[in-house]
Design a protein around this ligand. Structure first.
Ligand SMILES: [Fe+2]
Ligand SMILES: [Fe+2]
Length: 196
């Protein structure tokens, strides 16, 4: 698969050496550089996935991001909006956690919180139709990011199901995704990322 690539010599980490980890570290930096591509590839899995909604999940994601962008939101916010439902495929029962985890090293705490809690706040618009409590978000009333999350759902997420809306294509957002994922702000691996 990766013929010709150098490999560490250990068979258990207890036998690892600095030389082994130099090999792995160099490889990791190359792999990390492909993160934006992997995110975009995964986002495309939402294409054609309607789930009964008027637009598929990719169009919903693009429309959420388009609305945020046209409303003057910053790039970090727009990328958060684009990716907020990326977890629908693997996180079928907790999709906001997936987006929040992917975004965590790259965005501020407020945007991470919005991504993580948008499912509960979005529920205000439909939980009562499913026998659930639409006011579940009230558990977070008074939290510093309550208004921000309420606003994200009201202005962009709940409004992004219009097939007639002039939604920007994924190509429009790709440079933003690449810029955001170019370098993490918060990660326990930050020190190891420095090749010097
Ligand atoms: Fe969602
Ligand atoms: Fe959504």
């Amino acid at each position: 698969m990766d013929e010709g690539h150098e490999r560490a010599a250990f068979t258990a980490m207890t036998e690892g050496t600095a030389g082994d980890w130099a090999i792995i570290g160099a490889d990791f930096r190359g792999f990390a550089g492909g993160l934006a591509d992997r995110v975009l590839t995964h986002l495309k899995l939402l294409d054609g996935d309607f789930g009964g909604f008027p637009v598929d999940r990719l169009q919903h994601s693009l429309q959420t991001a388009t609305r945020a962008h046209r409303d003057g939101r910053g790039e970090d916010y727009v990328v958060m909006a684009l990716l907020h439902d990326i977890g629908d495929t693997l996180g079928t029962y907790n999709h906001p956690d997936i987006a929040a985890a992917i975004l965590k090293p790259f965005v501020g705490e407020d945007l991470h919180w919005i991504a993580q809690h948008h499912g509960i706040f979005q529920g205000y618009y439909f939980f009562h139709f499913l026998g659930m409590d639409r006011d579940l978000r009230e558990n977070f009333r008074g939290h510093p990011n309550f208004e921000g999350c309420e606003e994200f759902c009201r202005l962009y997420d709940q409004a992004a199901f219009d097939p007639a809306y002039d939604t920007a294509p994924l190509a429009f957002f790709e440079p933003m995704v690449r810029r955001l994922f170019a370098a993490p702000r918060n990660s326990i691996y930050l020190k190891a990322m420095d090749p010097a």
